[in-house]
Design a protein around this ligand. Sequence first.
Ligand code: DNO
Length: 427
Amino acid sequence: MRQTWRWFGPADKNSLADALQAGAQGIVTALHHIAPGEVWPVDAISERQRQVSTRPDGKSTGLHWDVVESLPVSESIKTMSGDWRQHIQHYNTSLTNLAKAGIRTVCYNFMPVLDWTRTDLAAPMAHGGTAMRFDLTDFAVFDLHILGRGGAGNDYPESVREQAARRFAQMPQSRSAELASNVTAGLPGSAEQWTLSSLRDKLKDYEALEARHLRQNHIVFLTEVVPHAERLGVRLCCHPDDPPFPLLGLPRIMSTAADYRSLLDAVDSPAAGMTFCTGSLGARSDNDVPAMAHEFAERIHFVHLRNVTRQDEALHCSFFEDEHLGGQVDMVAVIAALLAEERRRVAVGRTDCVIPMRPDHGQNILDDLTRDAQPGYPAVGRLKGLAELRGIMHALEAMQDAAIDGRAAVPSARRSHQEGADAPVEA
Ligand code: DNO
């Protein structure tokens, strides 16, 4: 697998030099300054490519912009209202411009209004670092008592409503403001930013939109863009809902194996695929994540490796972001399935036989605690995750090589380490 690293552009507190020291082989980024629905112009794409590939002293970083995360799908497209037709044309133009620049893996999501959502961005961990967390009771506090959404009571069991009322009554103002900001202020990489009042207005647009309508709109969107992507050799890959269940009464339709099965069957093209995010999918106890990696292997174009520990099995709704090998997702089984898919692709002559992966999120540890990088994207926590995941890849590849050659396993670095990456460079 190709070991990539998310970089938010020049404003990112983590530099490309950090990515290189972490051993990244490629960069995942986006033009976050361009609003959803607008065209990504050729010039802006090539400028970002230049930033990725060039060190401040003008020398090459050896890195390239490998994956777009994300080319956002506008709210108008998701609801098929307003300027949606024009936004689809713009989406196709952006795909053309990306393909011209040689960038052909494009991640997107189809979550209405909110992208990834957490109630805590820095929950203390026993080791002294922090991690992100989604707590259903805190979310209910936000929904019922801070946002005050009409009808929200019907969406929570009585026990959660009671606990939320008690918690809100004792909640200091500073924590309720923080909770509101964590949920609504938008996170880096999310499509749109909300205030409490714009969020209330936006939710109205979805009042009549049921899950089945959103599914239909997703298929219409893909029907409009996939033939174009196919001609360009672009692979779109839909990120799962995070967390994978409805929030604020909004439908979420890419949460389970059944959701992906029906979408990928409805739009049966290599240009319509999946971003396999183990952390998002793993937040549901009824998702068998390794089995999903096997089932959808052929259509997986991009991988996020992250782990979660679920905290409320009964409600399967609360979790925290655990260490990459520490949570409930069987990471070895997932990586084994993905490496097997890579070998299968080589055997059938597919050109996309190296699947890009990135260590998704990381706990804040050591210097991360003072660096104030984007939530979820610390340098050291991700570096640690990548190093652990790389270890698994090395071990599994070495065992596979040994099985093929019929000899004892010898650790081999040849496939998962960039050639020359660890050689000394000229000063
Ligand atoms: C969070 C990310 C998501 C992801 C989008 C993809 O860290 O995994 O924001 O980028 O959902 O469209």
